[in-house]
Design a protein around this ligand. Sequence first.
Ligand SMILES: [Zn+2]
Length: 414
Amino acid sequence: VTLAADNLAATVMDRAECLAACTEEPGRLTRRFATPALGQAGGLVLKWMTQAGMQGRRDAIGNVIGRWEPPGRAPAQTLLLGSHLDTVRDAGRYDGALGVLIALACVEHVRGDGVDLPFAIEVLGFADEEGVRYGTAYLGSGALAGGLAPSVLARRDADGISMADAIAAVGGAPDELAAARRDGADLLGYLEVHIEQGPVLEAADRAVGVVTGIAGQTRAEVIIDGVAGHAGTVPMALRHDALAAAAEVIGAIEARARAAEGLVATVGELAVEPGASNVIPGRARFSVDVRHLDDAAREAAVADLGGRVGAIGRARGCRATWEEVQSTPAVICAPELTAELEAVVADVAVDVVRLPSGAGHDAAMMARLTDVAMLFVRCAGGISHHPTESVSEGDVAVAIDVTRGFVARMAQRR
Ligand SMILES: [Zn+2]
C-alpha cells in the first residue's frame, strides 16, 4: 500500500463519519431518497469534489456528479467511478458511501501524482439504490442509464408523497428526468467499489475481491393448502398438514441449493393459518428467493423446485402451488475491464479472489449504459444493512491503491 493511499484512507474513514451524521432519524443512520438528509450528504460530497478540483453538480433526480479533467486537456473520453449515497433504515456507514468516497480519493490520488491522463474521470453518488422509500431500487443509476420508466414518478411513499413531489421538494426536476440520461458514446466504463456484504473475503483473509457478476434472481410464492383439524383428535395417518408439507418443501429447497455450485436459495418469510398451538395447520404460505450468476442454472433449479412442490403436495393430499413473483437476469461484469482490475489486484494484493455478487448493485443498472467492473472490500463478519457494518482503514487503503492502479492501466490501454 502506498503512503498516499494510507493518508487518503484516513480521510475516507473521517468522511464516512461525516456522511453518517447526515440522517433522517437522530441516533441512527437512515438516509432515503429525496430527503433533506440525502441532500445534506450530497452537499458534503459536492464540497469535497470542489476541493479536489472537480466540477460538481446535481442532476434532475438528485445524483451528485463530479467531473475531473486533467489540467490543460479536454479529453474526449470519460471513466465513471461511483456508488450510491442513500441507505436502508438503521444502516451502517459504508454500504454505498464507501464507493463514492474511494472514487473521490482516487481522483485526489491521481491529482496528487500529477499524471497526465488521456481521459476525464466522473465520480457518481447515486440518489437511490436501496429503494426503501418507493419500493423501486436503482432510481439514481436508472435515471442516468436510461432504465427508469416515467410512470414511477406517480408512486407514493408511506406518507402519501408522490415521487415527483419528493424530487421537486429537494430541488430536483421531475419533469426533466429524461435529461439526466447520460450519453454513453464517450464512456470507457464504470467501476464500482462496494463492501462485500458477505463473509467470503474475510474467510479467504483478503482485503479486496474482484466481482465476476451480479447474480440473477427469482422470487416465488408457495401456497400449500391442507386440511385444518384438531391437534388431539385427528390421527397422524389421516392428516393433511400444510405446515409439515411446507417443512418438507423447505428441506428440498435447501438440499437443491446445497447440491449445486454457486446456487443460493432462501425461504425468508412463512405464514401459517390458522396459527394456533392446538390446530393442525390448514394453510402455509412462504417466499422463495433463488439466485445464481448463471441464468440457466437458476432457471433449472426453479423448474425443479416448482415440480418438487407439486409432488410433495400430492403425496400428502395437499394442494400446493408455486407462483413466480419476479425474475431478474444476471449481469456479467465486462471481461476486459475485469481483466484489468484483476491485474491490478494481483499487483497490490498478491492473489486474486473472484466472487459473484449475490446482492444487486448500481453496476447492474449501469451495465445498460457502458462496460462495468466491481471491486468488493472485506467487511467484518459479512455484516451489512446494520449499524455494526465495518471496514478496516487498511483494507480501504488497498482499495484506493487498486482503484488508482485501475485508472493507470486504463490510461496505458488506450
Ligand atoms: Zn449498496
